[in-house]
Design a protein around this ligand. Structure first.
Ligand code: MG
Length: 394
């Protein structure tokens, strides 16, 4: 039998030294924008996130973000009280096994969605950041790599405003910025014209963009299925690349009906957890473009497992970022660089997100509709602890 020790008998055969996760730190962040953003689900002015930082016994640190649109301290408690006991002492190169053990904590008690998976997301990203740094390669390469060093993005989002202001935003943030694709906000409240005004929004924004740029529309669940079908028939003439979340995420029957009743490709998935929800959506062929959020679905491990499902069902993959802190925005780019069937990654062009620029260097920006990934190991950017401290809640 071969000697398995260091300097053993089989030339070139090496076994990685043990590595253990030994330290947890979390950062609960909040930042207020000067002006709230108006969209279908209401307005959003206070940005929040829970960051997870893990450190190994040999001093490698990884970071990740849990989506926390409200009450970020809840996610923090789930990370600390429920999940950290599972992660403490584990080898970060066992990401898939750690993921299954975290999920197992409450699955049999019915908690297979929600805060648990959001908390798992931050931990899993931090684990992958460490695993990539330990290999000295960018995170998207550690995930398997898809041969991309840059990813196509779409500009997000032309939010609800008077029609002329939305047209100006298309000109400034999309056309002049060199984007090849973007999305607009639909789902106006009755007070601002309702679905009839949405039809005008689609027309005005298409006219501002011209014919050569792909344009999607996000409804943030403001319609019911009947309204969605009616609106889609009206706006299809403006060449929509997709209609996103026309109805509530739990209304899969509605998605199925909408997809079969009008010509615009259907997108969604930012509100979905794990891969069981996506399994049902894809089995029913209820979406054409899936938009998981790496800070909600369960981190890179779940997002890559979804990639296999997306590939098998021959639909398209478009990672979501929305109002997330810069950590999840950067993580989404790495995910986009590694998944099969990529359409485009969401690239936020709003400037009011006070948690976006949280690193010592700026987030990568698009040129000609593509973002080049950082080349340093792991996520590739380091947290700026002064900025973190400024937004950290007590
Ligand atoms: Mg959306």
């Amino acid at each position: 039998m071969a000697d398995r020790g260091a300097g053993g008998g089989l030339a070139g055969l090496r076994y990685a030294a043990p590595m253990r996760i030994r330290k947890l730190e979390t950062y609960v962040l909040e930042g207020k924008a000067e002006r709230a953003i108006e969209f279908g689900a209401g307005s959003y002015g206070t940005f929040t996130a829970t960051l997870v930082e893990l450190t190994t016994d040999d001093g490698i640190t990884g970071i990740g973000e849990c989506i926390a649109r409200k009450a970020p301290r809840v996610t923090d408690r789930v990370v600390r009280d429920l999940l950290w006991p599972v992660v403490d002492g584990r080898d970060p190169r066992d990401a898939a096994g750690i993921w299954d053990d975290m999920f197992r904590q409450l699955r049999a008690w019915g908690h297979y969605r929600g805060f648990v998976q959001e908390a798992m997301s931050g931990i899993d990203q931090a684990i992958w950041d460490i695993a990539a740094k330990a290999q000295g390669i960018p995170l998207y390469k550690a995930l398997g790599g898809a041969g991309r060093t840059s990813v196509p993005v779409y500009g997000s989002k032309v939010y609800t405003a008077p029609l002329d202001a939305m047209a100006r935003s298309v000109q400034d943030n999309v056309v002049k910025a060199g984007h090849k694709a973007f999305k607009i906000q639909l789902g106006r409240s009755a007070a601002s014209g309702g679905y009839r005004a949405d039809i005008d929004v689609a027309r005005v924004c298409r006219e501002a963009a011209g014919p050569g740029i792909e344009m999607g529309a996000d409804v943030n669940s403001a319609y019911d299925a009947a309204t969605a079908i009616k609106v889609c028939h009206e706006i299809a003439r403006y060449d929509l690349a997709f209609i996103e979340e026309p109805v509530y995420p739990d209304d899969i029957d509605g998605y199925e009906l909408i997809r079969r009743s009008q010509p615009i490709p259907l997108a969604g998935g930012e509100s979905e957890f794990g891969i069981f929800g996506f399994r049902e959506i894809l089995r029913r062929r209820a979406m054409d473009i899936v938009q998981p959020d790496v800070a909600r679905i369960g981190g890179f491990t779940a997002a890559m497992r979804l990639g296999a499902l997306v590939h098998a069902h021959n639909v398209r993959y478009a990672p979501h970022t929305g109002f997330s802190c810069g950590v999840a925005q950067l993580a989404s780019l790495h995910l986009a660089a590694a998944v099969p069937n990529l359409w485009r990654s969401e690239q936020m062009f709003i400037t009011e997100n006070p948690l976006a620029e949280i690193f010592t260097a700026p987030l990568p920006t698009p040129a000609n509709g593509e973002v080049r990934l950082p080349t340093a190991a792991g996520l590739g950017l380091e947290l700026d602890m002064k900025k973190v401290a400024k937004h950290r809640l007590a």
